[in-house]
Design a protein around this ligand. Structure first.
Ligand SMILES: [Zn+2]
Length: 319
C-alpha cells in the first residue's frame, strides 16, 4: 500500500490530516482521521473509462481536498460515476461539488432520505463547534437501486449491493470489487469509533456483519476509522457486534425496568467501549432499539436532545 498524498502536521482531525491511500493499483481510499462526527472515509476506483467515486465528504473544504487528491492520483481522469453508500451528510453533502456530468447513484431510500434531510440547510447547535458545510447544495442520485447494480470502468467491475434490510440506515449500499477483493462498507463498519444505528436497526446492523464477512475481502474501507485488512476484519466485526449486543441488552433491561432511553444509557457501563470516541451515540442507538422493541415511533429530535443531555452539552465536532 502506498500513500499518494499525505501531510504530517499532527493536526489530528484537521482537513489536512486526510490522505489518499492506493489500496491496490488504481483503487483509492480517502481516509480522514479521526473518524468522529462528520469525518468520514470515501474512495475512488479508476479504470480505462474514467473514475468511479465512492461517497463525498461533509464540507466544501473536505470534499475539494478529496477530489483534488483523486484528480492528482488519476491524471485528472473524468469522474464518470459516483455512488453514495447512504444518506448521511458526511458522505453526501459534497455531492454538488462533483462535475454535473458525473452520474450519481444510490439506494432509493437513500435518495428519499437526502431529499428531506433538514441539516444540510443549517446545522442545529447540537454539535460544537457548529459545522459549516461551506458552498454545497443538496444533490441527490439520478440513478437508484433497490438490491444491486454493477458498474464498470473498462473491465474493472464494481458491484453495488444492498444487504436486503435496514442496518446503519434503510438505504445502505456497499461497493465491492470482486477481482481486487476490495470492499467499501460505508457506515456498516465504524472502526474504533462508536457505531451509530439510530436511523437503521440494531438487529439489522448485527445481521449485516455476517453479510460483510462473507465477501471474503482482502481490503476493507470502513465508513469511519482506519483501513482494515482481511486478516484483521473478523476482530473488527466482533468488536462492533459486542457493542451492538450491549445496546440490545441495555434496551431490554431498560424496557423491563421502565427506564427511558436516557436513563438506561446513564446506568449502562460501556466497559471496553468507553474509550471509543462519540460514546453519546449510545443514547441514539437506544432510542432506535426501544422504538423497534416496543413498536413505537422513533423521535429523532427527542433522541438527539437526549444525546446532548447525556453528553452534558453539545457533541464534539471538528469538521
Ligand atoms: Zn452514516
Amino acid at each position: 500500500m502506498t500513500t499518494v498524498t499525505s501531510t504530517h502536521d499532527g493536526a489530528g482531525s484537521a482537513p489536512e490530516a486526510a490522505a489518499l491511500h492506493e489500496i491496490v493499483e488504481g483503487v483509492f481510499a480517502w481516509v480522514q482521521p479521526d473518524g468522529t462526527w462528520w469525518i468520514n472515509n470515501a474512495g475512488a476506483v479508476s479504470g480505462p473509462d474514467g473514475t468511479i467515486v465512492v461517497d463525498t465528504c461533509a464540507t466544501e473544504v473536505r470534499t475539494r481536498r478529496f477530489l483534488a487528491a483523486v484528480g492528482a492520483a488519476t491524471g485528472d481522469a473524468p469522474l464518470t460515476m459516483a455512488v453514495n453508500t447512504h444518506l448521511h451528510g458526511d458522505h453526501t453533502y459534497g455531492n454538488s461539488l462533483l462535475p454535473s456530468s458525473t452520474v450519481l447513484i444510490g439506494h432509493e431510500a437513500m435518495r428519499e432520505g437526502l431529499l428531506t434531510d433538514p441539516i444540510i440547510d443549517g446545522c442545529p447547535p447540537v454539535w460544537q463547534p457548529v459545522p459549516d458545510w461551506g458552498g454545497v447544495t443538496r444533490r441527490v442520485p439520478s440513478v437508484v437501486l433497490r438490491s444491486d447494480l454493477t458498474l464498470f470502468t473498462g473491465s474493472r467491475r464494481v458491484d453495488l449491493l444492498h444487504p436486503g434490510y435496514s442496518a446503519h440506515t434503510t438505504g445502505d449500499v456497499v461497493a465491492w470489487l470482486p477481482e481486487e477483493r476490495v470492499l467499501f462498507t460505508g457506515d456498516l463498519i465504524f472502526h474504533g469509533v462508536t457505531p451509530l444505528v439510530f436511523m437503521g436497526s440494531v438487529e439489522g446492523a448485527i445481521a449485516s456483519l455476517g453479510w460483510l464477512a462473507d465477501f471474503g475481502a482482502d481490503h476493507v474501507v470502513p465508513g469511519h476509522g482506519p483501513l482494515i485488512d482481511g486478516a484483521a476484519l473478523p476482530g473488527v466485526l466482533a468488536d462492533v457486534e459486542r457493542y451492538l449486543q450491549l445496546v440490545l441488552r441495555t434496551a431490554r433491561t431498560g424496557l423491563d425496568e421502565g427506564l427511558t432511553p436516557l436513563e438506561a444509557a446513564q446506568r449502562c457501563d460501556l466497559g471496553e467501549f468507553a474509550a471509543w470516541p462519540d460514546a453519546e451515540r449510545l443514547v441514539l442507538n437506544l432510542h432506535r432499539a426501544y422504538a423497534d422493541a416496543a413498536g413505537r415511533p422513533f423521535d429523532l429530535l427527542e433522541a438527539i436532545g437526549d444525546a446532548v443531555r447525556y453528553n452534558g452539552g453539545p457533541m464534539a465536532s471538528s469538521v
